[in-house]
Design a binder for this molecule. Structure first.
Ligand SMILES: [Zn+2]
Ligand SMILES: [Zn+2]
Length: 320
């Protein structure tokens, strides 16, 4: 068993490493053109950033909190407020057609929802903000988060690739560890109270899980820390991460958005689909059950308006 895990970990490192090299080589050629296009608007953002810097001179830590907590938080709540309207009212009705687990949360139980909101808010403020403040000296040690010069678009894309890989590795292994019987009951069970998740549930977790494994603290902050990233990269990345984790919990497979089938299936079955991208689940064989389901067939980017539950329906007799 142990030999098997080590073997697949080695393969994982090899595949992720060569994937990263290929990706960087590809982007080097593409982004040269993009950077030229970016040029003009790049000057605009540079000017805005310099204005912010002079306004907050001496209190850069405050700027850091705004960029790392406030902006991503507003993205999160903007999206989740709209999703909550759909979850609680079932309107607009056309969105309900895209529901993954049919008949669940139609509408969402208001008592259950109200019980989870204090934890969500507690994690995002009382836990996240002090953690970010504590991490600020480390960011300053690694780089210049509030440096005058904004990163180039080109560099930002390279960073994004690294952040994504670091998140996949840290999230997968920490999440799998949280499923160990010794930790599951005390910590991770809370997040799994929702077998049919909704958007806000993405940050509904035990505080320890929120720091170590939830996709808003350690796994997402480690990449920027390793790269010594600029605050602008951190802000965009954290906002993206919170939007994507909301989508993967939202319970609707909507057109032109990343497929949430993978993590939705994790909430349904508990012992499948631990990662974000699914690369590590493939290598560790923790998606074998998932691959035999209709959910797996539906796990694609929906490029039309016909809900996947209609174009790829469940078999008449439900299999467990
Ligand atoms: Zn989840
Ligand atoms: Zn889990």
């Amino acid at each position: 068993q142990e030999g098997h895990i080590w073997g697949s970990m080695k393969r994982t490192v090899l595949i992720l490493g060569s994937g990263l090299l290929l990706f960087v080589a590809f982007w080097n050629s593409v982004t040269w053109h993009l950077q030229r296009f970016w040029g003009a608007s790049g000057y605009f953002w540079q000017a805005q950033w310099e204005r912010l810097l002079s306004a907050f001179e001496g209190t850069e830590w405050f700027l850091f909190i705004m960029g790392a907590a406030l902006v991503p938080g507003l993205c999160f709540w903007g999206l989740n407020a709209s999703l909550l309207v759909v979850d609680t009212t079932g309107k607009p009705a056309f969105i309900s057609r895209y529901r993954i687990q049919l008949g669940k949360n139609e509408p969402v139980d208001p008592v259950k929802l109200c019980q989870c909101l204090p934890t969500v808010l507690f994690n995002q403020t009382i836990i996240s903000i002090p953690m970010l403040l504590l991490s600020y000296p480390f960011f300053k040690w690694r780089g210049e988060p509030c440096g005058r010069q904004l990163p180039t678009f080109h560099w930002f894309l390279v960073e994004l690739a690294v952040f994504t890989l670091v998140e996949e590795v840290l999230f997968y292994y920490s999440h799998r560890l949280l499923h160990h019987p010794a930790l599951y009951k005390k910590i991770h069970k809370k997040h799994h109270e929702w077998t049919a998740p909704i958007g806000v549930i993405s940050t509904y977790a035990h505080p320890i899980e929120h720091v170590v494994s939830a996709s808003n603290m350690l796994p997402v902050m480690a990449g920027p820390l390793v790269m010594g990233s600029h605050l602008s990269s951190i802000t965009v990345w954290l906002s993206l991460a919170l939007i994507i984790t909301t989508i993967s919990h939202c319970g609707y497979h909507l057109p032109f958005l990343p497929s949430p089938e993978f993590h939705d299936y994790h909430h349904l079955k508990f012992n499948q689909c631990y990662g974000v991208l699914g690369v590590l689940d493939h290598l560790h064989g923790t998606d074998t059950m998932f691959k035999q389901t209709k959910a797996y067939e539906r796990h694609v980017l929906l490029l039309g308006f016909t809900p996947l539950s209609e174009s790829i329906p469940d078999p008449p007799k439900k299999m467990d």
